[in-house]
Design a protein. Sequence first.
Length: 462
Amino acid sequence: MRQNQKILNLLAVSKSITLVFVLLQTACSASASNTGTAERALRSPQKSKVSSFDSETASEEAAAIKNPVADMTSEENSLGIAATPRPDLSGEKVPSDVEANDLITKDLGKSSSNSGIIYVDIRHLAKNAVGTQDLDTFRFGLAKLLNSLSLNPKIISLNPVDPAETIFRVNLADYTLAKGWRVIMNEKNARANTMQVGGATVVKGDWLVFAASRPEVYALVMNLSSTVQGFENQLKPDYNKAVYINSLESSVAFYGRVSQRIPLEIGGKPGGYYWRSYDMVGKAQQDAAFANPKSLRYVTVPALVAGEFFYSLPNGMQGYYVSGFAFQNRLDAQVFVATDHRRPQDGVTNCVIKNGKGCGFVLNGESCMTCHANGINNPGKIVGVSGAATADTVTDILAQDRQRFVDALKEMGYGDPVSMAEPIQDTLTAFKSRTGNKDKRVQAGELEGSGMTVGVGPLLSR
């Protein structure tokens, strides 16, 4: 049955793919050639509250909506739970290999069962033999990564086995990773970054963060559906409660986008949410979408609407999903829709953020985790709000969703995340620097990723 469903999903996507390949060749001129098609595809009998797009409306809406991040004082930005003070590790010695092996063997011996227990080692990232305070960014990156894969309703803190906090005991079941671990260990760099000590698997922490954030690994670990329909069938968002925000700018998308937000209760911490962006190719599609955002979930392939999705996990963290023009699961966003300035190694030259360094592909997993350092980012240049909210309430919604995520980060115990650099990005940089891994990728195929799972959904118990 599952295999049949998988085939049906792929066939459904494939019907639209032939047309997509033709359109890819002329995507850069889509605003001129597809104007009529886009407007027809986005037209719906039911009118949106934002019935048209004009500069006067844009100015009024933009003035009414505050930036929930930039407008916060440092005191307001720290609301929610308090950040836990860190211990002083300045005098702690990094264990030698012999000492590390002894620590791991003794710790493993305390368990009645060794099943699902691994150890994560970051000693190789220490700059000095004594004093390991500077490793906090890597500890935080590891904790954030593991909790971003977890369906546990609670944030799980790292469990060090040494005073210097350089070796951590990880119970995979705590992060609901008992099955997903096999996928992570199939990443091509696994053998060079793992070893066995006294019957225990020991992995290097920077490699673990790198491996689990690869889009092909992340999609399988999170059990992402092959289609948006299957994805939403599991999440069950109530579109009657949807809010639509039209914005002209984004740090990743070339054109304006419509951001849709629906409250989502998934167990665990209250106040869950489901955000879905509709990313257009061309100004004609953008303006038609702004005029009727409610119709976007029904558009057909000629409208060239891709998407990025952020959904609450029970522990307060976020899961991610990327879709193509046929609403199929993708490993990355099409390069003429969105780019990631954090990946210049991919060699893309036409970039959303033009910093002279080039850019790369928006990868599900890595790009989403590192871009959304503190949860939901504020839409750029908001020019319209419709659905179950007003301009006055959008600021509160953004701040509420952001706070849910920031509070989860604080629970990990590495200080106030708002004032810190994004730790997964720093850990990825450390891995690439240590190993010489250039991590240069090519654009994924249209069906690459859509056939990875059978579509049982992201929140199915692992």
